[in-house]
Design a protein around this ligand. Structure first.
Ligand SMILES: Cc1ncc(COP(=O)(O)O)c(C=O)c1O
Length: 306
């Protein structure tokens, strides 16, 4: 670990003190949900719990919560955890779902220039101690192709007692030794507080997830409106995601998973080289996502970023 000071993460105090549901569970009054059984249907195969357990294992976290889309996962994590009096720090190029989650939360949003960690730190220095803080960034920026500097972000997060959240939509399946994302790519899985992702990219389905400590996931299960007040993922999608997740891992795909990631990497490097002759490729782009902008001075009508 590269950090100087390891501070308490005030944002998670609410998760630790949220005991109501556990008390009801302990006296058998509240099961959280009741699984459908054979007596209610002819064939019952619900893989939802299994998917959450396997995702938690895959991402090296204690627990996981599945959402109906990746968009809702970000909405649910940010609005669920950032409450009144808390602050959420967003990179200006964060995905729209993070921006919308911040708008939906009762906390205050502070944005910093893309990748400007000195700027982020200056903003954090002005915050009174004990404030609940979240820093949330994309692991891989979809439009720029660069990878978040997780070691430096973590150093700052830990110095100021902020929770660090990565949206790994574009990293899952392609970065990390097992395709297990940006935190794993840097060997910092244990230190990153939450990993959020989508099933709509390399897992070839629809849905999203958040992986974190058990207390944070338990809190989100009871406080994340984009998860509670909408329908769950259909079992067919859940099964599809499980199958895709298995293809990334042994014994299903020890070498072929690695070979596929290598091949993805070399085609994106090739594309980047080729595009750079006709446009300008981001200098910092080093992820499997090649990002190139055509050399065209005129703005197109629809060129907008969320
Ligand atoms: C970085 C990022 N986060 C979240 C999402 C939302 O994922 P979903 O399509 O599952 O809603 C996307 C989708 O494009 C994305 O690129």
């Amino acid at each position: 670990m590269t950090t100087e000071t390891l501070q308490h993460v005030a944002l998670f105090d609410k998760c630790k003190s949220f005991t109501k549901a556990r008390e009801l569970q302990a006296v058998g009054l509240y099961p959280y949900y009741r699984p459908i059984t054979h007596s209610e249907d002819t064939v019952v195969v619900i893989e939802h719990d299994r998917l959450e357990v396997e995702l938690a294992q895959f991402f090296g976290k204690e627990a996981c919560l599945v959402f109906s889309t990746g968009y809702q996962a970000n909405l649910g994590v940010v609005s669920g955890l950032v409450g009144r009096g808390d602050l959420v720090f967003l990179d200006k190029l964060d995905h729209a779902s993070i921006v919308d989650g911040a708008k939906m939360s009762y906390g205050e949003t502070i944005r910093f220039n893309h990748g400007d960690l000195a700027g982020l730190e200056r903003k954090l220095q002005r915050v009174p101690g004990g404030t609940g803080l979240m820093i949330i960034v994309d692991g891989v920026y979809s439009m720029e192709g660069d990878i978040a500097d997780v070691p430096a972000l973590l150093k700052i997060a830990q110095k100021y007692g902020a929770a660090l959240v990565l949206d790994d939509a574009h990293a899952v399946g392609v970065l990390g030794p097992r395709g297990d994302g940006t935190a794993a790519h840097f060997g910092l899985t244990d230190d990153v507080d939450l990993i959020v992702g989508t099933f709509s990219k390399s897992l070839a389905s629809i849905g999203g997830f958040a992986a974190a400590s058990e207390s944070v996931i338990h809190f989100l299960k009871h406080n994340s409106r984009p998860m509670i007040f909408t329908a769950a993922l259909p079992p067919s999608n859940t099964a599809g995601v499980l199958a895709a997740l298995h293809l990334l891992q042994p014994p299903w795909a020890t070498t072929s998973g690695r070979a596929r990631r290598r091949s993805c990497r070399s085609s994106s490097d090739r594309s980047r080289r080729r595009f750079s002759s006709g446009g300008s490729c981001s200098r910092r782009a080093c992820s499997p996502t090649p990002s190139c902008r055509p050399r065209c001075r005129r703005r197109t009508a629809g060129s907008a970023r969320a």
